[in-house]
Design a protein around this ligand. Structure first.
Ligand code: SF4
Ligand code: SF4
Length: 382
């Protein structure tokens, strides 16, 4: 298992994380099996958005004797009321939900406390100016939450929250079809058939801006819905008109800026193993570029997907990384110090390009790579 820095939190998280979708199955006996398997696979990060007390209690049981082996991302504002899940911003309910969660999990701290499911700007503003954020900050001051997070499907809202400087971790829905769609307060819109009619071109600029801003500000992204709820794996259900593989979906998410872990919403031990098998997959198995290029209704023209399909370069330049840092610098107008530092430690730089053109013949998206290498030299000086 490979581990990545989760933004600036200092936490090192497994590239493959675990979602909580499968915990409720078999009267919650599945939770223990999933945690046993996660430990074997080296998965050290999981999300718990579910508020069902039985599910939370099963997680508390599964963590007994191995709490320190797992980094918990759990949600404030996800509560259980009248026998069902509810998203709440009422501070009394939120506080009571928190107390219940902590007692069921049998732990004294949550590593990443997520402000749950914030998809509208009005909601974010009310959270930011109201008692919910004060409560979350208070929990952090007491050490009950080590880092503040927020979960969202809306890039505009997420961007606003990230720019506030309060959020250290963002749980966001990342997959190649969502990435084509403009911001919406209604998550159902991201999959609506009408939004995939005609020919779609390139990533929504707000999403690109969100990922780049997270990277620049040291906010780590934990990914949900990498497989679009499974639809992207099925040709008849995928809005792209062709199926992708688990490895391709995971690799796509992991090659977005700032992404640290992809949460696998595994319903079974087998599904968790299938996601973790990404770690053993070859470059060819991970490569999503040719699959994307063959989508009948979607194209990414002149837009670097950071897929590395253009490798190898005779000068050993990592074109995807150079282009990622170039785009981060261009988006900012100036070169942020952190971006410069990351660029400088690359073993080879844009300035070493001999303009052989081999990469451009391999890029399925017509990216002007030689021009990008030249620009990287101009901006970073090497
Ligand atoms: S230049 Fe093309 S092939 Fe290379 S990483 Fe970017 S999109 Fe992929
Ligand atoms: S054109 Fe430059 S970046 Fe592309 S393969 Fe040749 S040397 Fe490498």
């Amino acid at each position: 298992m490979e581990y990545r820095e989760l933004g600036s939190t200092g936490l090192k998280v497994s590239e493959i994380g675990m979602g909580c979708e499968g915990f409720a199955e078999d009267e919650c006996r599945n939770t223990m099996r999933l945690f046993d398997e996660a430990e074997k696979l080296g998965i050290n990060y999981f999300d718990l958005y579910a508020s069902n007390p039985e599910v939370r209690a099963s997680v508390g049981e599964a963590l007994k004797g191995r709490r320190e082996k797992f980094i918990i991302q759990s949600h404030v504002c996800s509560i259980w009321k009248d026998g069902q899940y509810k998203r709440s911003r009422k501070i009394d309910e939120v506080k009571a939900g928190w107390e219940e969660m902590m007692s069921l999990l049998q732990t004294d701290h949550i590593d990443v406390g997520m402000i749950h499911y914030v998809d509208s700007m009005k909601d974010w503003q009310e959270i930011a100016e109201g008692p919910v954020l004060d409560f979350v900050k208070e929990l952090k001051e007491k050490g009950a939450i080590r880092h503040i997070g927020l979960s969202s499907h809306n890039p505009e809202v997420a961007l606003e929250a990230v720019k506030s400087g309060v959020i250290e971790v963002l749980m966001f829905s990342v997959n190649p079809c969502y990435d084509l769609q403009p911001a919406s307060e209604d998550v159902e819109e991201l999959w609506a058939e009408k939004n995939y009619e005609g020919h779609l071109v390139n990533m929504d600029p707000k999403r690109q801006e969100l990922y780049e801003t997270c990277q620049r500000m040291g906010v780590g992204i934990t990914v949900m819905k990498a497989f679009g709820g499974g639809d992207l794996l099925d040709e008849t259900l995928s809005p792209a008109g062709k199926a992708l593989t688990v490895n391709q979906c995971i690799h796509y998410a992991l090659t977005r800026p700032a992404v640290a872990t992809v949460l696998s919403g595994a319903h079974s031990v087998e599904q968790l193993r299938t996601s973790a098998a990404y770690e053993e997959a070859s470059e060819e198995e991970r490569d999503y570029a040719m699959a994307f290029a063959s989508f009948p209704k979607i194209s990414w023209e002149g837009h670097c997907m950071y897929c590395s399909h253009c490798a190898p370069c005779p000068k050993k330049i990592d074109v995807a990384s150079v282009t990622k840092f170039l785009n981060l610098a261009k988006a900012q107008g100036t070169v942020p110090e952190t971006v410069r530092e990351h660029y400088e430690v690359l073993p080879h730089h844009g300035g070493e390009c001999i303009r052989c053109g081999a990469c451009e013949t391999r890029c399925p998206f017509g990216v002007p790579i030689m021009e990008n290498m030249k620009q990287a030299k101009e901006i970073f000086g090497k």
